[in-house]
Design a protein around this ligand. Structure first.
Ligand code: NAD
Ligand code: TYD
Length: 350
């Protein structure tokens, strides 16, 4: 029996991790802690919320006293920490929110773990979920390895880099058992439509302009979210204390090529004439400090822990489109209300 705290479990990746652990480990007790910001949505977990080994707690990781009391009361065996402000564009307009949740929130969890687990560190684990964006931007060639020096450019990536440093510092200074993984861009179901792929799916569906920043030349390395959740499962159970693993799918796409593929898939699904949706592509003002290219070398994870991605991108993208078309209510619910105001501010006059 293990009691595991998963933070940010109502978000995109967190909900896939919670679902996987609840279903695959009936003898674990999974406690999902989430503030339910605009990105957190309990509808992401409807299918598992009645399971006996699942529990939800609404709380803010920025509240140090609450985190400390929670850890003392619950005596968790491990933490898988995903709660974060996660969108680069929002970090450009409100960097402080990213410092609060991503840096202060992570330090609060580390302090709560350090104090409540004292004398028992070898039986406990603090797993921090991070991003490849901490490594900065690549040129036309090369890949990020676990040895690549940190060089973050956006307030989002700077806050994640800072949280990674704190996690390592707590391992090196206090001997806490910590593990970090840095993953490339995820895609799949339950992805909030502020990010490129679900935003484009929603706009194509509604025949709205599909905004592509700059010339669409930026490259991202896309991984199916369930492959990320599976990697987290493997790393959580098998990694040695203090280790770091990069996770990625060797799947680089220029934004414009990805959007053209998506348009073509959706033309077929929606019974539109081939090429109709591509007419919605609209080049807009580039993102400030836009990283040119990300590419992950996940050789270490493949070699040491035997993880390999399971799904080809075209197949995964089709599955993703199918999910959004079949879950119209989910999409309508998350794009009503405050999303409209966000969209207007982010894209108006761009
Ligand atoms: P998301 O924005 O979909 O979800 C974040 C969740 O954290 C939400 O449920 C939100 O309510 C919760 N949260 C935010 N602030 C909180 C706070 N102060 N207290 C408690 N809960 C809070 O993000 P995601 O895309 O699922 O990313 C999850 C993690 O994975 C993040 O740490 C992110 O940096 C990392 N990551 C994401 C990607 C990606 O492609 N999306 C890639 C690599 C790593
Ligand atoms: P995003 O999904 O925000 O992820 P990240 O910035 O963390 O990589 O963006 C993916 C890529 O798509 C990135 O190069 C920015 C670009 N992009 C657009 O061209 N248009 C958009 O409307 C959005 C949200 C992103």
């Amino acid at each position: 029996m293990k009691k595991i705290l998963i933070t940010g479990g109502a978000g995109f990746i967190g909900s896939h991790v919670v679902r996987r652990f609840v279903k695959n480990y009936p003898d674990y007790e999974i406690v999902n802690l989430d503030k339910l910001t605009y990105a957190g949505n309990l509808a992401n977990l409807r299918d598992i919320e009645a399971y006996d080994n699942y529990r939800f707690i609404k709380a803010d990781i920025v509240d140090a006293a609450e985190m400390s009391q929670l850890f003392k009361r619950e005596n968790f065996d491990a933490v898988i920490h995903l709660a974060a402000e996660s969108h680069v564009d929002r970090s450009i307009s409100d960097p402080t929110a990213f410092v609060m949740t991503n840096v202060i929130g992570t330090v609060n969890l580390l302090n709560a773990a350090k104090d409540s687990w004292k004398g028992d560190y070898e039986r406990k684990r603090f797993y921090h979920v991070s991003t490849d964006e901490v490594y900065g931007a690549l040129g036309e060639t090369g890949m990020f390895t676990e040895e690549t020096a940190y060089d973050p450019h956006s307030p989002y990536s700077a806050s994640k880099a800072s949280s990674d440093h704190f996690v390592r510092a707590y391992h090196d200074t206090y001997g806490l058992d910590t593990v970090i993984s840095n993953c490339s861009n995820n895609y799949g179901s339950h992805h909030f439509p502020e990010k490129l792929i679900p935003l484009a799916i929603n706009n194509i569906k509604n025949e709205l302009p599909v905004p592509v920043y700059g010339k669409g030349e930026n490259v991202r390395d896309w991984l199916w979210v369930e492959d990320h959740a599976r990697a987290i499962d493997v790393i959580f159970h098998k990694a040695a204390s203090g280790e770091t693993y990069n996770i990625g799918g060797h799947n680089e796409w220029k934004n414009i090529d990805l959007i053209r593929l998506l348009c073509s898939i959706m033309d077929k699904k929606l019974g539109r004439e081939e090429g109709a949706s591509a007419g919605l592509i609209t080049f807009v003002t580039d993102r400030a400090g836009h990283d040119l290219r990300y590419a992950i070398d996940s050789t270490k994870l493949q070699r040491e822990l035997g993880w390999v991605p399971s799904l080809q991108f075209e197949e995964g993208l089709e599955k993703t489109v199918d999910w959004y078309l079949e879950n119209e209510k989910w999409l309508n619910d998350v794009t009503s209300g405050s999303y409209q105001a966000y969209y207007e501010t982010q894209y108006h006059g761009r």
